[in-house]
Ligand binder design. Structure first.
Ligand code: SAM
Length: 300
């Protein structure tokens, strides 16, 4: 893939497509996987097995070790942490069994200055954080972003849960690209406390992002049920990529990541296995020149 290759939208199981993409190609991988529904997901051969303790340093980072095991990229005993955590919660075991081989591929596909954004809900985020620390290395953890919104029914017997979590990991903590000044500024909460010039300019966002969901009547709405707002993806793409960089989203849904990437002059590859997602993206990208739709391998 080079700069003269087209932006691609591929209809396939992502696990079948990822091995066909080149190492280190993407500056940004944004993933918004389906939340854990409790159903057993398709497992891969990397399902965890208990292994006798071995010397961490004896294995290459990210390499497959004893049958079906993966050593964390930072050479930590990922397997041991995973074994403990997944034994504790069977439901999450299924979910991680689905995500893990895809995250391993995401790591391979990231450029040395690249960044992974993993969008989760509050039921998964804490387990995923522990496992990603072990898999990517704690020093590769950059941020836990909270996207807060205020919409829909409110629970009466607990604090209504109105946020998603986005975990951010970099491939190389000493080489990653991040430009907070490239991000759209937002209004100060208390503009009276800063100078009029500052209030006019707005402030840089922090790790808590107040942003409405996609408005049911707004311009952005595609009708895809899990569509994320362009404003959230815009910040991510602006901060973690430069013009011309390649962006990958292999749980693409309605294609929000690609739509934002195209607007900002970035290149993209999107993958989704759901024909409805592909149909929605065909409509969404009608006016974007040079996008190629492909039927990928099914992998199942
Ligand atoms: C939460 S949605 C993503 C929504 C997207 N961020 C947006 O803004 O529209 C998750 C998507 O992952 C897709 N998906 C789930 N498993 C997949 C797989 N194995 N391969 C490819 N796509 C998959 C689903 O079809 C769904 O469209």
């Amino acid at each position: 893939m080079s700069s003269d290759e087209p932006d691609r939208i591929i209809h396939a199981d992502n696990l079948a497509v990822l091995p066909t993409l080149p190492d280190g190609r993407f500056t940004l991988v944004y993933l918004d996987p389906p939340f854990n529904t409790g159903r057993a997901q398709t497992r891969q051969s990397t399902r965890h097995v208990r292994v006798a303790a071995t010397d961490d340093a004896a294995q290459e980072p990210g390499s497959a070790g004893a049958v079906g095991t993966i050593t964390g990229f930072a050479g930590k005993r990922y397997e041991r942490i995973r074994g403990d955590l997944l034994r504790y919660d069977d439901r999450f075991d299924d979910y991680w069994g689905f995500l893990e081989p895809r995250l391993v591929e995401a790591w391979r596909l990231l450029a040395d200055d690249g960044t992974l954004y993993l969008h989760l809900d509050y039921r998964e985020a804490h387990y995923a954080k522990v496992l990603l620390d072990a898999l990517f290395g704690r020093e590769s953890f950059l941020n836990e972003l909270i996207w807060a919104y205020d919409y829909g029914a409110k629970a009466k017997r607990k604090w209504p849960t109105k946020h998603d979590t986005i975990l951010v990991y970099v491939k190389n903590p000493s080489a990653y690209w991040f430009d907070s000044t490239a991000v759209d500024r937002e209004p100060y909460m208390a503009p009276g406390l800063v100078t009029p010039e500052k209030a006019e300019l707005g402030k840089l966002p922090t790790d808590v992002w107040w942003h409405t969901i996609v408005s049911p009547t707004g311009r952005e709405k595609t009708g895809y049920p899990t569509q994320k707002p362009e404003g959230i993806l815009r910040r991510i793409v602006q901060a973690s990529t430069r013009e011309g960089d390649w962006v990958l989203d292999f749980f693409a849904g309605s294609g929000t990541t690609g739509a934002v990437a195209a607007t900002l002059g970035r290149r993209f590859v999107l993958v989704d296995e759901n024909p409805e997602a592909i149909a929605v993206m065909k409509g969404r990208f009608t006016d974007v020149a040079g996008v190629v739709f492909e039927q990928g391998p099914t992998g199942r």
